[in-house]
Design a protein. Structure first.
Lengths: 232, 517
């Protein structure tokens, strides 16, 4: 097995410096449009297929909970290559001092398309390596401090999600990951899909994006742990 | 197999008048009484692949059983005034799940089917709920009870010491929601009963009456890990309905991006297999390559999962030739590192022990269940829509279809590696020969229906649309590869040990979101 040890050593360290420093490697984020003053707001509003853009005072505003950065407005609106997207949804977000060191995270797929799930999975890859920041994925709600909810919460996952939440010991926090978990996204609300995680469980932090890149999810975890400020 | 000969054979045996279409395909009008015979003949005697069943409620009921063989799509069309048809799954097992889904979603009674009832819709729905029926209100929220579920597997193993082990829907780490009931008398798994559709979002039902642009968002987002493939298949269906040919440059660029998606998808699947065996360094190496391909995708197209690029008529925006060549070179370098990983894995006996002779699907089983994609190709069935029904930019690329015979986990892994290598080769070939021209043709929506297909990373994916007079989407159906392969998954896991289960699951590379829709 020495071959694998050598292969590992030869690879060296590829891990990002975030959150100590900004990550600027190309391709770490799909970016997203930014609202503001525009020449023809009505045209841009009409072009948005997810109804996330609305006109306001000579410009447009973007509802982050609905925007799927489909890029239909690319070219009309400035595109920001950022990733610190997590916002605080509840008054009490940070878990407080005792939870600053190490947190266990339960991931619940409540109807995600697989892209959010894949981005969360990347957090364990050597580029992001969330272990170094004290975050660990746990398979059981009994050990979990944080829950990541992905997807619009389908009718079929509603109950399982609530059971898992109830099984977590307190204090506990919920992070809605992705546009679907934030608002139902392109799927909900409907007969089969809900309008996001808040339908079923109390949500503390929202990470918008379709899907949010790994660094945005990491930012959400840090916000929930009280180690970073949420976005405005 | 020439379609004329096929038509003659069906005429002789069943007296049906098959019609050769302009696209070289065959339409076979078929009475309910002959349905099972015609389908069985196509499937078994002439070895046509079964793509799936498309149900339509429009002046009565129409079933289209879709088959394909060398360069021809065969549509077996049967009609009835009432939602009642004979089941054909006893004579063609590949239709089994299609009939169960149609019964659940449309309320069609398939007489003679041994096991209809709760399938897509779980037990919480009132009896007689059929969301795909006309007039069903898709906006009304469904019951979401908090009470304990009353689900029990349909049959239970009776043997001394037998027990069943439930797994999921929330289980081990970062996984999609699926439930398994594993029945065993000890070490060996005797029966696997997967329970799916936890991610059922009813995308085909909510698409009704929406604009083409709005349905494109659903086509691209119902399964994020094969999003470009499905967005392309949907776009091709719309193009077929509107009689639009995409410009050559768009077709070639679509093939280019599709191969980039396949390379990333297979790298992710290889990562999944390495980590299921607990080989941490190999898993990390594969994960590094996966992340680099995600970054490469975002650098080239603006999105890590290639969303927002395919549109009916072509592509939303052009890509520069130089950028494509650079991306192809980078992908080639990543593919070479993937080959290095393959060589290292081939020398790791403890890893091979977990895959070789484990999770076997025979060629006969794969054919009977109509398995598709890398899973079928690892069991000796080298079907690939890029070759059988060449489309878009795949002509004259000399595609080599990977094929292995053993049908075990290692064969599936080798097929993934071989296809990743081939994708990297295609990327270079496509980037070097990009024609000039525009990347999108205008779409004039008109009433009609159309079929679009692609070889998605997981296998054959077929979309069908009907547009109404206003150019909105009246009906949309998806026949995803995961639906076929989930049906056959139990074959691989039964008869093997408990601790092999997660590894066998990883080698199938299944997507629940794609299956559940």
């Amino acid at each position: 097995m020495s071959r694998w040890v050598l292969a590992g050593l030869k690879t060296g360290i590829v891990t990002t410096g975030y959150p100590r420093e900004e990550e600027s490697a190309p391709g770490v984020t799909p970016g997203r449009p930014r609202g503001g003053e525009v020449a023809d707001p009505a045209k841009i509003v009409a072009r948005c297929p997810s109804g996330a853009i609305s006109a306001a005072g000579g410009g447009v505003v973007i509802d982050r909970r609905r925007c799927v950065h489909c890029s239909a407005c690319r070219g009309d609106l400035p595109w920001e290559e950022t990733y610190e997207w997590a916002t605080v949804a509840a008054a009490e977000s940070g878990l407080g001092r005792p939870f600053r060191g190490s947190l266990h995270v339960l991931v619940v797929d409540a109807g995600s398309c697989g892209a959010c799930l894949s981005e969360v999975r990347q957090l364990n890859n050597p580029y992001y390596n969330m272990h170094r920041l004290g975050f660990f994925i746990t398979p059981t709600p009994r050990n979990a401090d944080l829950m990541l909810v992905l997807g619009p919460v389908t009718a079929h996952m509603h109950r399982a999600l609530r059971v898992a939440y109830a099984a977590m010991p307190g204090p506990k926090r919920v992070i809605a990951v992705g546009t679907c978990a934030a608002s139902g996204g392109v799927f909900g609300p409907s007969f089969a899909a809900g309008s996001g995680a808040a339908d079923a469980v109390p949500v503390d932090v929202v990470v918008p994006g379709c899907p949010p890149p790994p660094l945005a999810v990491l930012h959400g975890l840090l916000v929930a742990a009280g180690r970073k400020e949420g976005a405005g | 197999m020439e379609v004329e000969r096929l038509a003659a054979a069906l005429a002789e045996r069943f007296g049906v008048k098959a019609r050769v279409e302009r696209d070289g395909g065959l339409t076979v009008p078929c009475s309910a009484a002959d349905l099972a015979g015609v389908c069985e003949t196509l499937f078994t005697a002439y070895d046509c692949a079964f793509a799936g069943l498309i149900v339509e409620e429009r002046d009565g009921w129409t079933l289209r059983h879709l088959f394909y063989s060398e360069r021809a799509i065969i549509r077996v069309v049967s009609r009835s005034d009432r939602p009642t048809f004979p089941s054909i799954s006893a004579r063609m097992h590949a239709a089994d799940w299609h009939e169960r889904a149609a019964e659940d979603l449309f309320g069609i009674a398939f007489s003679g089917h041994p096991r209809l009832g709760e399938f897509v819709l779980h037990e919480q729905w009132p009896e007689g709920t059929n969301p795909m029926r006309r007039g069903f209100d898709v906006r009304r929220p469904s019951p979401r009870p908090d009470a304990a579920a009353g689900w029990a597997p349909p049959r239970v193993l009776h043997a001394p010491g037998a027990f069943s082990m439930p797994i999921g829907p929330i289980f081990s780490g970062v996984e999609e929601s699926v439930h398994f009931q594993l029945e065993t008398v000890g070490e060996e798994i005797v029966r696997v009963i997967p329970r799916l559709f936890y991610n059922y979002r009813g995308v085909e039902a909510i698409a009704r009456g929406r604009t083409i642009a709005a349905v494109l968002l659903l086509a691209e987002r119902f399964t994020g890990t094969a999003s470009f493939a499905h967005a392309t298949a949907f776009s091709r269906a719309v193009e077929a309905a509107c009689g639009v040919a995409v410009p050559v440059r768009a077709a070639r660029l679509r093939a280019f991006i599709a191969e980039l998606e396949r390379l990333r998808h297979h790298t992710a699947a290889i990562h999944g297999i390495c980590s299921s065996t607990g080989l941490a360094v190999a898993a990390s190496q594969a994960a590094i390559l996966e992340e680099e391909l995600l970054r490469l995708s975002a650098g080239l197209t603006g999105h890590r999962y290639l969303f927002g690029l395919a549109v009916p008529g072509g592509l939303r925006r052009d890509l520069a030739d130089d950028d494509c060549r650079r991306a192809a070179a980078e992908a080639g370098a990543i593919a070479r590192r993937l080959e290095g990983l393959e060589r290292s894995l081939a020398r790791s006996s403890s890893f091979l022990d977990r895959l070789e002779q484990v999770g076997i699907v025979t060629a006969d089983e794969a054919r009977r269940y109509g398995l598709v994609g890398p899973v079928a190709r690892a069991s000796g069935i080298d079907r690939d829509l890029r070759v059988i029904l060449p489309y878009g930019g795949y002509a004259d690329l000399g595609l080599r279809v990977a094929r292995e015979e053993e049908g075990d986990g290692y064969a599936r892994l080798r097929v993934l590696f071989a296809e990743a290598r081939e994708s990297a080769r295609l990327l270079t070939a496509l980037a070097d020969g990009l024609p000039d021209g525009s990347v999108s043709a205008p779409i004039q929506p008109r009433a009609g229906e159309g079929l679009g297909w692609v070889e998605a990373p997981g296998g054959a994916a077929v979309h069908w649309v009907r547009l109404d007079d206003d150019g909105a989407v009246a009906e949309w159906r998806i026949l995803p590869p995961s639906f076929a392969n989930w049906h056959g998954f139990h074959l691989a896991a039964e008869g093997f040990a408990f601790q092999d289960f997660p590894i066998i699951l990883a080698t199938f590379g299944l997507a629940a979101a794609e299956n559940d829709r």
